[in-house]
Design a protein around this ligand. Structure first.
Ligand code: MN
Length: 240
């Protein structure tokens, strides 16, 4: 009999789905998961559905081979291997988000790297790695992370970074909590937008690696504040 997850964790996962839609990170696609609090070899994620409509009843458990364990036999997302292989590779990662947020994609298909340009996105570090799926899947793939081998290749590329871009597709953000991964996904999109704007003005003065680290440490102390307002705003929108 599988262990039952903490209801608060499920509630936060549902709220995170709604927040990420409301903040423009997810749309009809993309997903967020959290590692199971009673069984680190499993994670929790919505069944295959639009994230804005997810409720607690839609959450299923998945193991690190990508097998869904659900009494109702429901399926989850094809790209669940993004989550399973990152959880396998990084024991400290507790939450994973995969999105197609639009401002990030240009940085996945050009030679310009996504770099932190403001103090809310220092978690991006010195540079953000870009996953080239052609190296693993050849010239004719549909760009999706459809199996364990592709998930492992992406997890290897991510390493201990907070964010990795996926060429022509989107990005992945990880965190030590749902609140941290949500913060990172939202500010990755924001940084990409700001960096594109700054580049149109001329040469960009990026943060130093030291500034990136210090600001990342600073914002980690304040994850609860934006989480509360994002959650309230998403709930208000759904209520309307
Ligand atoms: Mn995708």
């Amino acid at each position: 009999m599988p262990h039952t997850a903490n209801p608060q964790l499920i509630e936060d996962l549902v709220a995170a789905n709604h927040i990420l839609v409301n903040e423009g990170v997810l749309d009809g696609f993309g997903h967020i998961s959290v590692r199971h609090d009673k069984d680190p070899s499993r994670f929790l994620i919505a069944r295959s559905m639009a994230p804005g409509l997810v409720t607690a009843a839609d959450i299923v458990a998945v193991d690190l081979d990508g097998v869904v364990h659900d009494a109702q036999g429901r399926h989850t997302y094809v790209e669940r291997f993004i989550h399973s292989e990152i959880y396998r590779a990084q024991p400290g990662v507790m939450s994973v988000i995969h999105s197609h947020s639009a401002s990030v994609v240009p940085f996945s298909v050009s030679n310009t790297r996504l770099r932190p340009i403001c103090h809310m996105s220092g978690f991006l570090g010195a540079t953000t790695p870009v996953f080239e799926i052609r190296y693993s899947a050849g010239e004719s793939s549909d760009l999706l992370i459809r199996n364990q081998a592709l998930g492992k290749a992406l997890a290897d590329l991510l390493g201990t970074s907070a964010v990795a871009l996926m060429r022509g597709h989107g990005s992945v953000a990880v965190g030590r909590s749902i609140q941290q991964s949500v913060f990172r996904a939202i500010y990755t999109e924001s940084n990409a937008r700001l960096q594109s704007q700054a580049m149109q003005l001329g040469e960009v003065n990026y943060m130093t690696p030291g500034e990136a680290q210090a600001t990342s440490d600073m914002v980690d102390e304040h994850l609860e504040r934006p989480w509360q307002i994002w959650k309230q705003e998403a709930a208000d929108k759904i209520a309307r």
